[in-house]
Design a protein around this ligand. Structure first.
Ligand code: C2E
Ligand code: CA
Ligand code: CA
Length: 439
């Protein structure tokens, strides 16, 4: 921070403290403004444009149209204001944001103006802590709008603390082998288990097991996910090497997940080829799931990656197909082997006829593009039968089995094998019957 900024920050703190301590009974808020990716604005449009935007902001702020009591520039693109709560007007901030972003007209890039607001409940709290809370509110903004506002609340702080806890405990957990590979079986239309998806679980020190919703997005946001993915791919390769020796498993394959963030840290092609060589397994046994949303950010890269992995013998699955906005365009450009229908296609189906038409058409399209189709999230016999009738090749979901630890996977597999070879056998659920009934 430059000396002048530091001075103005000190002055801001002093004046804010004075206002708060001499105005009991009034409700104040601390508003922090931020321009998202301001560096990018400078890079794309040049420093002069960046300066114009900042000047535009400062002019508004200097004219005090915002009715604040005191303000300062925290960083080049960040301002902080102390104002009475009833003087705050979102509309005025929105107008300012619009006017600044209009300085970049005719471009597909929009300036993103964000506000984080902390309502002061304890006037004795340090002003800098209030600024931090307003910053946390900004960080909680997940929507991609040109203007967005978030009010701080305690759950934002709790989430932030949880975020920090995950990051600080992650490396130890990884080194101590406390990430587990669960497997969720995938079946073909004959009711045979032909593969499994590898899904991570975190074994905490107290013995609880965390599911991915508690850590994957945090590891992605903090750019650590690649370490977990490397670990999971290696575990999958090791397991495939063991399965090679076992008659009932030597034909099974395992699907591994690739995070959109991995490409920044790992040479995916080199790593996966390295693993199949190290464990002397066939690349055909290792399916690679790339989520649909990855493609959008970097299409050219993924077209090439898919081609390279494909040439090396891996089967590529487009995961979560149907969740993005450009699913169809994607099919045109990405020559994957398997389309994995997102479970959203099956869930909350108020209008079965419409969804049948969509699923039927997507499957038909995939077939014509020479791809096989797997559906995830199959929870009921009706769904499985419906998918089967419409030409789906593979099924994955709670109806067949939840993701299970490796030893339990053996039990599930044995139960299904028993069912296939012995009609009188009892087993958890019969895929075979369901598939036969559906035809
Ligand atoms: P995903 O790749 O879409 O994996 C399928 C998720 O759907 C799994 O959640 C699975 O438990 C759940 N699921 C399976 N069948 C059903 C069903 O019938 N009904 C419902 N409601 N859900 C079902 P899980 O294991 O909690 O994993 C969540 C997500 O976390 C995965 O979604 C994947 O995106 C991510 N993930 C898991 N392990 C890894 C990993 O090692 N690396 C990376 N990058 N991501 C992972
Ligand atoms: Ca997946
Ligand atoms: Ca999925």
């Amino acid at each position: 921070m430059t000396e002048s900024k530091l001075n103005s920050m000190n002055t801001f703190v002093e004046r804010a403290q004075r206002i708060l301590s001499t105005s009991p009974g009034k409700r104040f808020i601390l508003v922090r403004s931020n321009i998202r990716d301001f560096k990018l604005v400078n890079q794309v449009f040049g420093f002069q444009k960046g300066n114009e935007i900042l000047q535009c902001l400062e002019e508004y702020f200097d004219k005090k149209r915002l009715c604040f009591d005191v303000y300062c520039q925290l960083h080049i693109d960040q301002f902080v204001f102390l104002m009475e709560k009833n003087s705050y007007s979102e509309a005025i901030f929105r107008t300012i944001a619009d006017n600044c972003s209009n300085l970049i007209m005719g471009s597909s890039f929009r300036v993103h103006f964000q506000l984080g607001i902390y309502e002061i409940t304890n006037p004795d709290m340090e002003i800098l802590s209030m600024c931090d809370r307003a910053k946390l509110a900004i960080k909680s903004i997940k929507i991609d709008e040109p203007f967005s506002v978030a009010w701080y609340n305690e759950s934002i702080m709790e989430k932030r603390l949880y975020f920090k806890k995950v990051i600080s405990e992650f490396n130890d957990a990884l080194e101590e082998g406390r990430f587990l590979m669960y497997l969720q079986p995938q079946a073909n239309t004959k009711g045979e288990i032909i593969s499994a998806e590898a899904l991570a679980r975190w074994l905490m020190k107290d013995g609880t097991i965390l599911s991915p919703s508690h850590f994957i997005s945090i590891l992605e946001e903090s750019e650590l996910i690649w370490k977990l993915d490397l670990y999971m791919w290696e575990k999958a390769a090791q397991l495939l090497a063991c399965w090679k020796q076992e008659d009932d498993k030597k034909n099974l394959s395992i699907s591994v997940n690739i995070s959109p963030k991995d490409i920044h840290y790992i040479d995916i092609e080199k790593t996966l080829i390295g693993l199949v060589n190290k464990y002397n397994i066939s690349p055909e046994k290792m399916n690679v799931e790339i989520t649909e949303t990855s493609f959008v950010s970097n299409p050219a890269f993924y077209v090439e990656l898919i081609e390279k992995l494909h040439n090396a013998g891996f089967a590529i699955e487009i995961d979560d197909f149907g969740t993005g906005y450009s699913s169809l365009t994607l099919l045109k450009n990405f020559h994957a082997d398997i389309l994995k229908l997102d479970m959203g296609f099956l869930q909350n189906n108020d209008n079965l006829i419409r969804s049948e038409i969509i699923i039927d058409s997507v499957i038909e399209m995939a077939k014509r593009l020479d791809m096989q189709v797997i559906s995830e999230g199959v929870e009921t016999q009706e769904q499985a039968a419906f998918l089967r009738i419409n030409g789906c090749d593979f099924f994955q979901g709670f109806y067949f089995s939840r993701p299970v630890p490796i030893d339990k996977f053996d039990t599930v597999l044995k139960a299904y094998n028993l069912e296939r070879t012995n009609k009188g056998a009892k087993h958890p659920k019969s895929m075979r019957n369901l598939v036969l009934e559906a035809v």
